[in-house]
Design a binder for this molecule. Structure first.
Ligand SMILES: [Zn+2]
Ligand SMILES: [Zn+2]
Length: 303
């Protein structure tokens, strides 16, 4: 599974950093989280086809997080897209999206389904689900967890021990059903190992927030906003410093932290941001635009 930090600036872009967007690629499906201005161009420059994007999740309706939507949809239209596109976000997403799509003379070759979602909803796709959760940003704002389905794997040694070998009955055991084998009942738990799926969490914009820490628990990758160093956090209400992002990753027991949403004031100070966060949480890096992060599948020995 791959994740691209497509745009990594905060509210104002710089020559090196575009406005917020992140892309998850999973089994041929592409899911976009936020769509700041310039998102489609950055995707093209990384040869990430925009026509494969099936769902777009908006974290909140500050312009830096949605200002690329109209252009992206316009290009999909020009390219003759026929597949539907789904857009999700916090309350008023339907209203705001409708306003955007009512701008100018604009025809549409494909359906766009828009949904206001709330914490507790699950958007289920093939092999994964996405959960929105509330964060603290002064307006309706979500973070999102992408959670892969757990995997069921047969333990070859245990299978051979009871003489099952590569039996086709493995399918039933994987589905959680018991089977009869040579006069004995075999329970799934005797030979099947359940591996939790991978988990990627995106903070959106937020101050340090308990709800986010709970939803980011055991994340393989936490992409967290880190607008500034701690020295400026009192001036940036509703945002997070690098140090706080490090605390959050540690408290959530995350595996890896990637800092994004970097204020232009810190455009040449990535090393300081990383160092400040690393005092709280070691496995941290500052994202660049278009950077790709790969998340390897879990193995039984990782547990
Ligand atoms: Zn922002
Ligand atoms: Zn914001």
């Amino acid at each position: 599974m791959k994740v691209w930090t497509v745009g990594t600036s905060s509210a104002v872009p710089t020559s090196d950093r575009g406005l917020p967007a992140n892309l998850i690629s999973y089994k041929g499906e592409r899911i976009l989280f936020d769509c700041g201005e310039g998102t489609q161009r950055e995707l093209m420059s990384k040869k990430l086809g925009i026509m494969d994007i099936s769902r777009i999740f908006i974290s909140h309706w500050h312009a830096d997080h949605f200002s690329g939507l109209l252009g992206l949809i316009q290009t999909m239209e020009m390219e003759g897209r026929e597949e539907p596109l789904c857009i999700y976000g916090p309350p008023r997403t339907e209203e705001f999206t409708e306003n955007i799509l009512d701008t100018g003379y604009f025809s549409r070759s494909f359906d766009i389904f828009v949904e206001n979602i709330t914490e507790g909803d699950e958007i289920v796709g093939e092999g994964y689900r996405i959960e929105p959760f509330e964060v603290e940003h002064g307006v309706n704002a979500f973070g999102y967890s992408f959670i892969e389905e757990e995997k069921r794997k047969a333990d070859k040694e245990k299978m051979e021990e009871i003489g099952l070998g590569a039996s086709p009955k493995i399918g039933k055991l994987k589905q959680g059903e018991e089977i009869e084998w040579e006069g004995e009942t075999v329970e799934p738990g005797q030979v099947i190992e359940e591996m939790p799926g991978r988990k990627i969490v995106y903070s959106g914009d937020t101050s340090k927030c308990r709800n986010l820490i709970e939803h980011a628990e055991d994340a393989d990758l936490l992409i967290h906003e880190s607008t500034c160093l701690d020295e400026m956090i009192d001036d940036r209400r509703h945002h997070t410093s690098a140090r706080q992002a490090g605390e959050i990753a540690r408290e959530a027991d995350a595996e890896r932290l990637v800092l994004t949403h970097i204020s232009r004031k810190y455009r040449n100070r990535g090393r300081e941001l990383r160092e400040e966060a690393s005092k709280e949480f070691q496995n941290v890096e500052v994202a660049d635009d278009g950077e790709c992060f790969e998340i390897k599948p879990h193995r039984p020995e990782d547990r």
